[in-house]
Write a protein that binds this ligand. Sequence first.
Ligand code: ATP
Ligand code: MG
Length: 341
Amino acid sequence: MQTILTGVRVNEEPTIGNFLGAYTPMINLSHEHAHDSQINFFVPDLHSFTTPIDHSQLYANTIKGIKYYIAAGLDTDNPNVHIYRQSRVPAHAELCWILDCFTPFGEASRMPQFKEKGAEHPDAVTVGLFNYPILMAADILLYDANYIPLGEDQFQHLELARNIAIRMNNKFGQELFTIPADERAQVKFMHLEKGLRIRSLVDPAKKMSKSSENERSKISLNDNPQHAAKKIMSATTDSEGVIRFDMINQPGISNLLTIEALLNNRDIQDVIADWAGQTSYGDLKHKVADSVQHFLEDFQAKVAAISDAEVEAIMQRGEAYANEVANAKLHQVQKAVGLRK
Ligand code: ATP
Ligand code: MG
């Protein structure tokens, strides 16, 4: 069976950008491949403090991150679906160390997160931030994962994982690691031409980001629904005066049309056709504000209905499975590098 594996960091409250661009496609894949794949959803909690966070919230946010997977529609009754915390599977950190020793320093230095996040937090550039992509390689290679649904910002890290695996297989035998599919095959697997990109409500030239400090730029999944509707009503648009889908000249309006389509599970072309030629931006905003409010009310009710105890039980199952698979792979690697007979 092939393995699909994915994780979303819980450093900040996720937004509808994360929900529509990452959660929904991943959940759809988990349904499509419910019977032909192992489906691993994990919370990369060891990755969450490569940049500074509020540690008093980390444990609660981890549990909440798992509730979000479930509320978004992940089928936890499917025996092929596994949910676990990275920190509860010690093989991740152990394999990371071994992979570190087979990763040229220069190659690791070229990774985008280190450069970008390092520039954002010049006082807090840690060895952890530098090492993060190699831990990510361990996350993937321990499970012989073939497909890792990712946003476009993460493909360079996937390429690093592939390079490490190819290098180690050449040295220690081709059966050591499964090489994950390359970027082109990953995107095709997700049925996408390219990754989705929900825009900031304040500056639609930019993407919506959960770490943005401007609350008005983003709709967070725990926003008060009425408050979120108001953010849509005050979203930046343009002065063209006619509703058209044109990401270059009317990115704000196009973003609203995209959100409206995705939240209602409708084809974007149908939504564009509904609004073609209309001139009231207010009407469109009202409609999208309604959709956002309903989505949040419904999603938050689903999250609230999931108990911590349910999450604990699901994690226990998932972590037992993950430890079994990961330890077997770690054992194989330890043997290959000469740590075991
Ligand atoms: P941060 O600001 O902390 O980088 P982020 O909002 O960019 O947060 P990530 O944790 O970097 O979120 O990414 C999680 C997943 O969500 C990735 O698969 C990423 O590609 C996707 N994603 C992030 N922002 C958007 C967006 N605006 N539209 C669609 N997908 C997005
Ligand atoms: Mg990001």
